[in-house]
Design a protein around this ligand. Structure first.
Ligand code: 13P
Ligand code: SF4
Length: 359
């Protein structure tokens, strides 16, 4: 039962003490989040993993790419544990390392030597990957002068990239790439999309030469469900409503909203509202429900009336959390996530560039 699991988790945690740190993403269910030592967005959890070098084990209640990132940023002797190995991210899976390598080769055919520096000191293209990608992709980016971003620092990172490159190749999320570049004034005509199933990504050589941002054909199946119609309805039913959506939503939705930002941005916007306010939120339901419970002075609801959890985040059932903690108590290290050295070194370079990029 839920109570029994809760008791097992508490008991194991008490035995382990400071030897273990539990990190929980905002999208985790309540029964898991309540046991986390840190709850945050993907950027905050990456820095939390880096900051807890005293703990022997980091139990990451989130998805696979987040656990890989924690392994990259933590100490070599720290074990990063993902309670359920089937917790992936369908968006991260949309950029496969072979497809990205192939894309790079095709770009080189069109744009010439990709390491050649022009008179302004810039190379033809800088690769930028969203945190929601495999360690192999982060390694690719690190090897080619590129950088990682999250939804909380995408604009800062794109500015960093434009100082060093004439163009950006952005993957896997087309929406975060498009929404961020548009907010920076990049015209849509200069954002062709790369579809890995087509030659030259489905673009002409001229479009690629003229491009400022080449977008990858990836998306989040949770965030693409939000629509302008839902925003219109929320505004009609709740006059004065503040509509805040995650930048993984399609461009029309971000344009129709009042604000767009990362999960931590959404939390902070609500936290800082002094007057009772209606908030219509375009992001994952577990976070929206938790915010509604935490801030009863506001009316907080999800834009999508049909419940839309992230099904892979949901795979971290409290039963798995209890199991991994009890294994740690018994001296075993189950479900350890380790990134191999050949990938880890360049991937760390790309992550450290992100951590050093300042607005
Ligand atoms: P955040 O970076 O806002 O935590 O988002 C991560 C994510 O997976 C959103 O779908
Ligand atoms: Fe991936 Fe979307 Fe789930 Fe975030 S909400 S982990 S992007 S599938």
């Amino acid at each position: 039962s839920e109570e029994e699991l809760d008791g097992r988790i508490r008991a194991a945690k008490a035995t382990l003490g400071d030897r273990v740190v539990i990190l929980g993403h905002f999208y985790q269910r309540e029964e898991v989040v309540q046991h986390a030592d840190y709850v945050g967005d993907s950027f905050q959890l990456a820095t939390a993993a880096k900051g807890r070098s005293d703990a022997e084990a980091i139990v990451f209640c989130g998805v696979h790419f987040m656990a890989e990132t924690a392994d990259l940023l933590s100490q070599p002797d720290q074990a990063v544990i993902l309670p359920n190995l089937a917790a992936g991210c369908s968006m991260a899976d949309m950029a496969d390392i072979d497809q990205v390598e192939e894309c790079w080769e095709q770009l080189e055919e069109v744009l010439g030597d990709l390491d050649a520096v022009d008179a302004d000191g810039r190379v033809p293209v800088i690769p930028v990957t969203y945190m929601n990608s495999s360690a192999a992709i982060k390694g690719f980016v690190g090897r080619h002068g590129g950088i990682v971003c999250t939804s909380s620092n995408a604009q800062t990172v794109l500015e960093w990239a434009f100082e060093r490159g004439r163009r950006v190749l952005f993957f896997p999320d087309q929406h975060l790439g498009r929404n961020t570049a548009k907010a920076m004034g990049v015209p849509l005509e200069q954002m062709p999309m790369w579809n890995p199933r087509r030659a030259l990504g489905g673009s002409s050589a001229t479009e690629l030469v003229d491009a400022r941002v080449i977008l990858w054909h990836g998306f989040c199946s949770v965030h693409r469900r939000f629509t302008v119609g839902q925003i219109d309805q929320a505004r009609a039913e709740h006059p004065g409503v503040r509509v805040i959506v995650h930048p993984e939503c399609p461009m029309e939705v971000v344009d129709a909203a009042d604000e767009a930002g990362s999960t931590e941005y959404i939390r902070r916007a609500i936290d800082e509202a002094t007057e009772p306010t209606a908030f219509a939120i375009g992001t994952e339901i577990n976070l929206v429900r938790r915010l509604a419970a935490q801030y009863p002075q506001h009316e907080i609801f999800c834009l999508d009336p049909v419940v839309c959890p992230c099904s892979t985040m949901y795979r971290i059932h409290p039963g798995y959390l209890a199991w991994v903690l009890e294994e740690l108590v018994a001296g075993r290290t189950p479900n350890r996530i380790t990134v191999s050295d050949d990938v880890a070194d360049p991937a760390r370079v790309a992550l450290e560039r992100m951590l050093a990029a300042k607005p």
